[in-house]
Design a protein around this ligand. Sequence first.
Ligand code: AVJ
Length: 321
Amino acid sequence: VKPVFTAATPVTQAPEPRAFLDDVVHGFSQAQKTLPAKYFYDAAGSDLFEAITRLPEYYPTRTEMRILETRGPEIATALPRGAALVEFGSGSTAKVRRLLPHLPDLAAYVPVDVSESFLREQATALGQDFPHLRIEPVAADFTHPFSLPADLGDAPRAGFFPGSTIGNFEPAEAARLLRQFGAILGEGAVLVVGVDLVKARDVLEAAYDDAAGVTGAFNRNVLKRINRELAGGFDTEAFAHRAVFNAQDSRIEMHLVSRVAQSVAVADRRFDFAAGESIHTENSYKYTIESFRALAVQAGWTAGAVWTDPEALFSVHALRR
Ligand code: AVJ
């Protein structure tokens, strides 16, 4: 049986060439300098993130995988029968592969990813492993409204948003995103979301400041990207990697801390860094089961079943509309 490919993949909205420079200039002009976390993920950054997921200290990926693996049959029963399953940010499809064996009656799988070439490759590979699955890839940035393929018919909708990607968004933005997923999926939909949980500070901080220094390399990679793409002059080793749990805001913060007073060129501008001054490069929000359910309710969803691992490190939520 040949993999079923019907949807013409929409053209990826390539980010404006100036957008990166504008974001850097804007971020470096704040009292607390910042950079958007999305710029971590060029080819080198994506490889470094893959390496992070295999670190002994970085528990989220393997814990969520285990939850999907062991609770797959239950998670499957939370979805409507014959659903079209939309994954927001499908990446390597490693996670949905844990669910698909339990969803034999799926009407279609709709992987949504911003990288069109990677999406095509992954959809082809998935089609070879699940030859009876109808796969309808959509190349889009899921943080912006997009349309589902027109030919899904009246199959009930389900959504899948694993990886605690939701944790990268400010709570108000996270609520907006969950509400937007609801608008895309429509009435009667179920959304399965992976959410990292609040836990002991030392466990959280080790997960974002590993002994092998991989997360530090991932953090500094954004400066290498500025050097390469925006004619930047960063000495990346002149910045230290720092990861701290901000308990007040319930988030891990990653920073790059200038080891010395320095002035760095980016395109035709210069930016000054005092010794000890930081660039805030990422937030990774941590929720309790209750605080995430409250966020979901605020975004128009009804909280359903929740699955965790025995140590309650990570959670997978079913939400209904
Ligand atoms: C991909 C956003 C889930 O926040 O844990 C890992 C990214 N940053 N180590 C996370 C990340 C540093 C990751 N997410």
